[in-house]
Design a protein around this ligand. Structure first.
Ligand code: NDP
Length: 484
């Protein structure tokens, strides 16, 4: 017998995807650099389905039906190149190599080009949902040739998460690095989602005096509103957890320095290259960096920097109006983060020649992945018939904002007066206000740029570019004329 797919790299993600494939009726060939992981998987889970044990990549290749499909699930970075280099001489034309790790999209673009020259298909798939998703149904974002997806797609769709309406959370995204790019932006949005929840928690605690156990109940209740999502659900669980050692809320004994593995940073770096204003994601990445980057500065600042608080109307402990304001501010900030992420995807599509369907991308995030949320169904609908110039301009979201904005302003004003940091709540509100502002101070910036660098400016009343002779008589000239 031959296997329909092979998996090399059987750490937690590879092992769980292999088990998921086997549970769905596929014969799966297993390979890992060190055979112990292969044997451990077989010893514990052979009942999941039909596995073929292999010890070498040659055996793996020989065990597969043609065209072969080989899923690489090794550590991201140079190990992926190492495995590809070992596999290539063993493969035949039209075989498909799949990289399901968290690879950086420029690497995927490079690998796809190199393998296409050898008449091999390379598919970079973004997989979200962690270990549990990999086993029970992840959200899958595949990029690569459409032809490769024809043979691979049905398997991936079968093992993927299913949206509430039963649709698979897996669909071809576009060519080469598009799948990994979309997964990267997913992770960037995840950073922003987590940060806005953190800001809400901080406000409830420090302004409305709501302790973690009581907050767990509030988050549970919020999970029955527009905010319904996996991250809100697990936040309730984390806040309810009591530390066995001290009897304190667990959140109070966890060091307040957030880690990061890099995908949020990649998102912001790519956004800078694209000129996509993802301020919510950027602030979230920076907030983690600020929390952990310089503990000594934080310690000194606590003792030394003046607080300069402003007296405002007091909020009573557990004040329900304030709590509801925070919920609305959280939701509005979350909408902005998604709008910024979608805008970044639209810009990337144009830059990298990917025909990205934003409604399809939103649909893939409805289940299986970390940012899964009720909101994704609404975002999908917003992009279905026509593409709004900005997600917030879809009528459904504009209508929602009508209700959210006053609360959002009250919360940001209160946080500012009381010295509670709300980098994403406040930067998202600034983004929102900048978007709707009739005249931006960008006009003044253009004047300054023209002053020191003769960068020229456009006029509101005539075509072309203009320059003022700042160091001369300050008369204005048509910049285009001066170049001819
Ligand atoms: P790891 O990232 O910890 O990688 C370990 C695996 O890589 C082992 O099978 C190891 O083999 C293999 N490996 C490392 N270097 C080499 C090499 N040079 N040649 C061959 N094999 C090598 O595994 P995970 O399962 O955690 O993650 C796999 C991928 O999935 C990563 O890209 C990760 O970022 C991504 N991912 C992880 C998620 C998670 O929740 N963990 C979620 C989504 C994606 P050996 O046993 O011989 O050491």
């Amino acid at each position: 017998r031959k296997a329909q797919i092979g998996v090399t790299g059987l750490a937690v993600m590879g092992a769980n995807l292999a088990r998921n494939l086997a549970r769905n009726g596929y014969t799966v060939a297993l390979h890992n650099r060190s055979v112990e992981k292969t044997d451990a998987l077989l010893a514990a889970h052979s009942a999941d389905g039909d596995f073929i044990r292999t010890e070498t990549l040659q055996e793996l290749v020989d065990s597969l039906e043609s065209p072969r499909r080989i899923l690489i699930m090794v550590k991201a970075g140079s190990p992926v190149d190492a495995v590809i280099d070992q596999l290539v001489p063993l493969l035949d034309e039209d075989d498909v190599i799949i990289d399901g790790g968290n690879s950086h999209f420029p690497d995927t673009i490079r690998r796809e080009r190199a393998l296409a020259e050898k008449n091999l298909h390379f598919v970079g798939i973004g997989v979200s949902g962690g270990e549990e998703g990999a086993l029970n149904g992840p959200s899958i974002m595949p990029g690569g040739s459409a032809k490769a997806y024809e043979s691979l797609g049905p398997l991936l769709e079968k093992i993927s998460a299913k949206a509430p309406n039963g649709e698979p959370c897996c669909a071809w995204i576009s060519t080469d690095g598009a799948g990994h790019f979309v997964k990267m932006v997913h992770n960037g949005i995840e950073y922003a989602d987590m940060q806005v929840i953190g800001e809400a928690y901080d406000l409830l605690r420090s302004i409305a005096g709501v302790e973690p156990a009581a907050q767990a109940e509030i988050f549970k209740q919020w999970n029955t509103t527009d905010l319904n999502s996996y991250l809100i659900e697990i936040t309730a669980d984390v806040l309810a957890q009591v530390d066995a050692k001290t009897g304190k809320p667990l959140v109070d004994v966890i060091v307040d320095e957030a880690g990061q593995k890099g995908t949020g940073r990649w998102t912001v770096q790519a956004a800078l290259d694209l000129g996509a204003p993802v301020s919510g994601i950027a602030e979230s990445v920076f907030a983690r960096a600020l929390s952990s980057g310089n503990p000594e500065a934080r310690l000194q600042a606590q003792q030394q920097l003046p607080e300069g608080l402003i007296a405002t109307t007091a909020v009573a402990n557990g004040d329900e109006e304030f709590i509801e304001d925070v919920r609305k501010a959280l939701f509005a900030s979350k909408l902005v983060s998604y709008a910024q992420g979608m805008d970044m995807l639209a810009k990337a599509g144009a830059e990298y020649h990917w025909d990205l369907k934003l409604d399809v991308i939103a649909s893939l995030w409805r289940a299986g992945c970390i940012i899964r949320a009720e909101l994704l169904g609404e975002i999908m609908d917003a992009y279905k018939s026509e593409t709004p110039a900005n997600m917030l301009l879809a009528p459904a979201f504009t209508a929602l904002l009508e209700d959210l904005v006053p609360s959002w302003r009250r919360v940001v004003a209160k946080a500012t007066a009381e010295g509670v940091p709300v980098p994403v709540f406040s930067s998202s509100l600034s983004y929102y206000d900048a978007l709707r502002r009739k005249r931006l101070p960008a006009a003044l910036i253009q004047g300054q740029r023209d002053f020191f660098g003769a960068h020229t400016y456009g006029r509101i009343d005539s075509e072309g570019m203009w320059h003022t002779e700042w160091s001369g008589d300050r008369s204005e000239i048509n910049a285009e004329d001066s170049h001819t």
